[in-house]
Ligand binder design. Structure first.
Ligand SMILES: [Mg+2]
Length: 339
């Protein structure tokens, strides 16, 4: 089979400034891959995250350099393809993800099956949350109004005014909250106080309360915490999972960290083996990345697949998000199309 590969950079604009404990952005540059066999076109997305790797320019430079090697990768043998990708791009997880996803999309279209079927998943999945980034207190009422259709809110904390944020949110809504600190609490005492306080605020779980390199402290917090703890910055790749036993209740899997659907599926298996609850999450990806992760949606206890509804210029159509209900298509592969 003779393949061709093209790519382009799309600047995805956020509806609100997207601020978390360590960064604030109004746009993200996403590299969209198109892998064609002459009949079908598979799509993939690389949205490099600054915490883990360099930006879209670096991704494009790697694509230029290694295009012919990518075209030589096997379409059907996803395991050897994944190890080849990890050798080619050891530090660009998002590029691994883009290539792996494009191959899976192609593979699904050739097989005439949606990927969720090929992965042994179900079409139905739990409701996804909607993220409220860090913002000035006077913007919070507007953000909560914008989130009216969504029943589950994920709140970003890790500031020096966390109590004010929760107070402002609670003045507007009594919805269940999930809290993501993005490594923002630096001492065990702060984290203990935070967990105790949030347990009184109708919060469902606490995500990455402390820096990933303070895993010993997180294990102490785990012993104490009235709320379940979910790893995100601590659960990047499949090999991270065994080391999280005794520190977390659940793990958040994201394509842009783990390197694609092949590794995400592997992380689902490992999480089940080690008795972790599974969350599937995202960066602020377009409908390419979100539709890809949604293929595994039925494996998750918690879903946070809202990237494409947090941007205003999604270049693709794919999985539909209706008030947090994720609706997959029966179309083969990822089931996506450019707008
Ligand atoms: Mg997170």
């Amino acid at each position: 089979m003779s393949l061709s590969l093209n790519w382009s950079v799309k600047r995805l604009t956020t509806k609100f400034e997207f601020k978390i404990a360590r960064s604030a952005e109004t746009y993200y540059d996403s590299v969209i891959l198109e892998l064609s066999d002459g009949t079908h076109t598979g799509f993939g997305e690389s949205l490099p995250n600054k915490r883990y790797e360099n930006g879209a320019d670096a991704v494009c430079a790697l694509l230029n350099q290694f295009k012919s090697k990518i075209l030589d990768l096997p379409v059907a043998d996803y395991e050897s393809r994944q190890s080849a990708l990890e050798n080619l791009f050891p530090t660009s997880f998002s590029l691994q993800a883009a290539v792996d996803t494009a191959f899976w999309d192609l593979q699904g279209q050739i097989a005439q099956k949606p990927l969720w079927k090929l992965f042994g998943a179900q079409k139905k999945m739990v409701t996804s949350s909607y993220t409220i980034g860090i913002s000035d207190l006077n913007i919070i009422p507007e953000k909560i109004r914008e989130a009216t259709p969504y029943s589950l809110l994920k709140i970003k904390l890790g500031t020096d005014y966390d109590h004010d944020i929760i107070r402002a949110i609670r003045a507007e809504t009594d919805k269940v909250l999930r809290v993501d600190v993005n490594e923002g609490w630096k001492t065990l005492d702060d984290a203990k106080r935070g967990a105790e306080w949030l347990a009184e605020e109708n919060v469902e779980f606490l995500e990455q309360p402390m820096p990933a390199n303070q895993l010993d402290d997180i294990a102490k917090l785990y012993e104490f915490s009235p709320l379940p703890l979910v790893a995100d910055e601590n659960s990047v790749r499949p090999e991270d999972i065994p080391g999280l036993v005794g520190a977390y209740d659940g793990i958040n899997i994201k394509l842009m960290k783990c390197g694609g659907l092949t590794n995400a599926r592997k992380m689902v298996d490992l999480a089940q083996q080690y008795n972790f609850d599974i969350m599937l999450g995202c960066m602020l990806e377009s409908s390419v990345g979100i539709s890809a992760m949604a293929q595994l949606g039925s494996f998750a206890k918690w879903l946070d697949l809202d990237g494409n509804v947090l941007i205003s210029n999604d270049p693709f159509m794919g999985v539909r998000n209706e008030s947090g209900e994720m609706i997959l298509s029966e179309k083969p592969g990822l089931g996506i199309a450019p707008r």
